[in-house]
Ligand binder design. Structure first.
Ligand SMILES: Cc1cc2nc3c(=O)[nH]c(=O)nc-3n(C[C@H](O)[C@H](O)[C@H](O)COP(=O)(O)OP(=O)(O)OC[C@H]3O[C@@H](n4cnc5c(N)ncnc54)[C@H](O)[C@@H]3O)c2cc1C
Length: 570
């Protein structure tokens, strides 16, 4: 059994994992494992930008952290923890300037200041961007800093399971994809920064690698999943492939039309129009399609033609390229066909934001970024707040680990025993997969995705959600008898897909069960059988764990107090 030892290990080389590493690298021996080369993390796909109330534009002069926090809480339909949101908004301007000084190539105003564009649900233009490739620019910037600081990278190492002793993290077992060897990492501080779980759906803007592995590992270790019923559907994904068409396209002035050439957003958000928050725009598009006003009963048009060639080439070159390449449409000349698709996971691993920032109920285990639920997005995330969360909270989690700077408190014999148990259980799992005679992972995966798309989508109601829960219980059963070849371990991507599926089936079930439980409509969770928000019963975070074979739902209160709770209207 190969064993590696570090002071701290981060699982995930996206923006959040890299930002934690930067904070730790000066004083700790820190390493990152990532199942793909870090620069291929989904953070690199982010297009539109990162929010900060810099007030650089004329229209944004009066912006402030408080306005940013207000928009975020209002957009979250009051499910965000308001004090955590305030931290995010207050730190935002500092963190964007820090990124600038690290060399992030932000787009500029004529004055030379960082450019800012309007985004959905925001009172002022506060989204800082690098063309329409912001994530790519930031990921490279932060990665370079990690290299400079000597962070150790284990590329193409896959987290399989966590190791714990009592209520403490003791390390994890990973699979070295190239050699096929299981490698143990022994340490008392682990950060899960494994990104979202969008791939439990078929129609998704997420990278194929966004399979919720960190959530799955934490869930199997008994840690609650928080608010997983809140799934963000992005209104504008390219029809056919569901590649994201950034909100920046509407931020720059793009219109949405149905087949009768109506700007239908006037019906639901007469003031904000196309720049209403994502949940509202996604529902409006789905309604047009369901009521027969979509094209081919499947999509609407995102029209940029009136913006002109120059603006499109300068501000949205990636969008143009993707539209031409994947849909054969040049947005300078013709509107882009779009439909809603899964985009972001508001829920995640329940993690603290007071005291030991980002720590989960398992001592020494932290989570950060899209994997975690520190709850600044509540029931609906505003565009541009997620890149922000990765960087701001990356720094905070790093600081929390440094502050705790735990003296090693686990005994070597306990740790070795726990390692050996987890190691053996994984070997047994792999052998059983070879011996089983059941379905192939792809069949199980498709059954899961189908039911999630059909029954746990933009519009939800009890009958369909019950169907989803039933389907997913069958999926779980099929998974237990799944067959896959595991003897050859080198670059065995069948094995990797199976390990990903192991987490996905759990998280899909959590999502469906929580969605069935929440009998109200709030943010991205819309129940046609309970179409209004019910603050009396449901102004709470959901927490799902597995007890024996049952999923159990618990709740915890939302932190309010800064902003008065109101109805949302745009
Ligand atoms: C197309 C798209 C566009 C977006 N645009 C914006 C935007 O403009 N603004 C904004 O604020 N937000 C945007 N978002 C959301 C935002 O990009 C993400 O929420 C954020 O970048 C997530 O960062 P992360 O560090 O948490 O995870 P990721 O960047 O997804 O990184 C996850 C890391 O975990 C690793 N990993 C996963 N599983 C394992 C495992 N089992 N073992 C080892 N390593 C593992 C991966 O290799 C990867 O390095 C967008 C999202 C998408 C999908």
């Amino acid at each position: 059994m190969k064993v590696e030892e570090f002071d701290a290990l981060i699982v995930g080389g996206g923006l959040s994992g890299l930002r934690v590493a930067i904070e730790l690298a000066d004083t700790m021996n820190v390493a990152i494992i990532s199942k793909v080369y870090p620069l291929r993390s989904h953070s690199g796909a982010a297009q539109g930008g990162i929010n900060a109330s810099l007030g650089n534009t004329e229209a944004g002069k009066k912006d402030s952290p408080k306005s940013h926090a207000y928009d975020t809480v209002y957009g979250s339909d009051y499910l965000a923890d308001q004090d955590a949101v305030m931290v995010l908004a207050e730190e935002a301007p500092k963190i964007v300037i820090e990124l600038e000084s690290m060399g992030a190539p932000f787009s500029r105003l004529d004055s030379g200041l960082i450019a800012q564009r309007p985004f959905g649900g925001a009172g002022f233009p506060r989204t800082c961007y690098a063309g329409d490739r912001t994530g790519h620019a930031l990921l490279h910037t932060v990665y370079e800093q990690c290299i400079r600081k000597g962070v150790k990278f284990f590329d193409e190492f896959f987290l399989v399971d966590l190791i714990k002793v009592g209520n403490n993290i003791a390390g994890l077992v990973s699979l070295d994809i190239a050699s096929g060897e299981l490698v143990v990492f022994r340490l008392e501080s682990v950060v899960l920064a494994t990104g979202g779980f969008g791939r439990i759906y078929k129609r998704s803007t997420n990278a194929i690698i966004n399979t919720g592995d960190g959530l799955g590992a934490a869930f199997r270790a008994g840690i609650p999943m928080q608010d997983c019923e809140f799934v963000q559907f992005h209104p504008t994904t390219l029809y056919g492939t569901n590649i994201l068409m950034t909100e920046g396209a509407r931020g720059e002035g793009g219109y949405l039309f149905n087949k009768n050439q109506e700007r239908f957003m006037s019906k639901v958000a007469p003031k904000a129009m196309e720049l209403a928050p994502r949940d509202i725009v996604a529902r409006a598009i789905d309604t047009e399609i369901l009521e027969g006003r979509g094209f081919d009963d499947s999509y609407v048009h995102l029209d940029l033609t009136h913006l002109g060639k120059e603006k499109i080439m300068e501000r949205l070159p990636g969008i143009r390229e993707i539209s031409m390449y994947f849909a054969g449409v040049d947005p300078i000349e013709k509107p882009i066909p779009v439909q809603p698709g899964q985009h972001y996971s508001m829920g995640g691993i329940a993690s603290k934001y007071k005291g030991d920032f980002g720590e989960t109920p398992l001592e020494g285990l932290y989570s950060i970024g899209e994997t975690s639920c520190i709850s600044v997005h509540g029931a609906n995330r505003l565009g541009g707040n997620s890149l922000l969360e990765t960087i701001v909270f990356g720094r905070y989690v790093g600081r929390a680990i440094l502050k705790k700077n735990k003296q090693k408190k686990l005994t070597a014999s306990d740790v070795k025993k726990a390692e050996s148990n987890v190691f053996k259980s994984i070997e047994n799992l792999f052998s059983s997969w070879s011996e089983n005679t059941g379905k192939k992972p792809v069949e199980i995966r498709n059954a899961m995705k189908n039911t999630m798309d059909v029954n746990v989508g933009v519009y939800r109601e009890a009958t369909r959600l019950k169907q989803a829960v039933e389907d997913l219980q069958q999926v779980q059963k099929d998974f237990k008898t799944m067959h896959i070849e595991t003897h050859e371990r080198k670059f065995n991507f069948g094995l990797i897909r199976a390990l990903e599926l192991r987490s996905m089936v759990d998280i899909a079930e959590v999502t469906a069960v929580a969605a069935l439980w929440r009998k109200e409509s709030r943010g991205a969770h819309f129940r046609t059988d309970y179409p209004t928000r019910d603050d009396k019963q449901f102004m709470v975070h959901s927490l799902v764990t597995r007890k024996k074979d049952e999923l159990v739902i618990d709740t915890k209160p939302v932190t309010l107090g800064l902003f008065e709770v109101k109805e949302r209207a745009y």
